[in-house]
Design a binder for this molecule. Sequence first.
Ligand code: UDP
Length: 467
Amino acid sequence: VEDTATGGDHRRRRRVLFFPLPFQGHINPMFQLAGVLHSRGFAITVFHTHFNAPDASRHPDYHFVPVPDDDGGTPTPGDGGAPPAADTLHVTLERVLAVNRACEAPFRELLAALLEQRRDEVACLVADAHLLTLLDVARELGVPTLVLRTGSAACFRIFMAFPMLCDMGYQPARESELDLPVRELPPYRVRDLLSTSAAGHAVMSEVISRLVKAVATSSGLILNTFDALESAELASLRRDLPAAVQVFDVGPLHKLSPSPATSTSLLRQDRRCLDWLDTQAPASVLYVSFGSLASMSATDIAEAAWGIADSDVPFLWVLRPAIVPGSGAGAPPLPDGFLAAVDGRGVVVGWAPQEEVLEHAAVGAFWTHCGWNSTVEAVCAGVPMLCRPWFGDQMGNARYVADAWRVGVELDGEIERGKVAEAVAAMVMDGGTRRRARELGKRAAESVAGGASGVNVDKLASHIMAL
Ligand code: UDP
């Protein structure tokens, strides 16, 4: 594959075009995939919005094409995409549709111009599954398309089953039925599905049907997952998708990509916390992070803080500056007396080098929102999880962590200091969960070292060459 992609004297180098959705959890796996294909000899062009634009200087080998996306509602660049309103999912989904609308015309023009110069080189476009409009544009201009879905295979099953879930009354979810099992999609309960506010249901339905269409009309679905983690879910997708859509499970991408994780971080990662971890005992530290989009009230932060303080466990806590909506760029409000109470037992940072933190020997547990990237990173590091999902696919990911793989426990309901302290202390003591987490981590490492993931990347590279 390498020879054909790089091209001999007789053949031009093949180029793969990428278009990530401009959120941290989507940018990271897209660039990891680009890194993997670049190392297989492909040339890379990245189309990107101005909002949350990647730093081109960190990828000198790639060609970047900025696409104007100013629709009047763009949040400040570099804020990690935290929307101001309480219903984060609804706002984020509206933003996804706005990006599609705003980029359509400029992307058409920019892609046509690129094709005029380099049509022979261009092999395909790999776009985020949320960018249906842009995938359509590429197909209209004769460019084959592949879709990267940055969530789990299990989550994509929910998307495919969504009309059935609505017909059967699972969606929109009724308050009284939240704990009922979804028999058609075990191990999910109704509350694990992608619930949103009543106002958000229509936009969510639209976004999901666009996601499924984006995949069904493409030549392949690329997932950041692997057989040791989701073998039944992958088999079911392969059975249910049209035959023309091949499924490539090329995860865990962060383990396969040669590019360092720092290269795509929208926020500056505070690396001093790694020095502090060096001073801590093995498997002793609780790492706390809720990703790039989840928002918290000042009360949530206070309850979490006092729970962590009362657990008596050493901790590293990521509190993004924008985590409290409307609180501005300053440090988020920790309750008075908290830092004195924990007295050097922990460190609070604005953003951490998460992959390295999770791999650090001192980290013994991860209190996470269960974003898919964080989940895969923790699985690979063999770190048990305390799951406190916020929205979207996070509840479903938590269900898999707690009930399918049994490498974590869930913290249900409101964040309350007593519950937090108890859950953290129990987590640190829980040998069974820790053992299973380490075993799953080993299986992930075998998938990388034993070559299963690499073989799937080779298949993807051959597929791209044949398009
Ligand atoms: N991340 C990071 N530093 C942090 C917290 C998170 O670099 O302090 C990275 C993390 O490694 C992951 C991504 O940000 O790759 C978050 O993606 P995820 O899907 O977990 O959550 P989202 O931000 O989309 O909710």
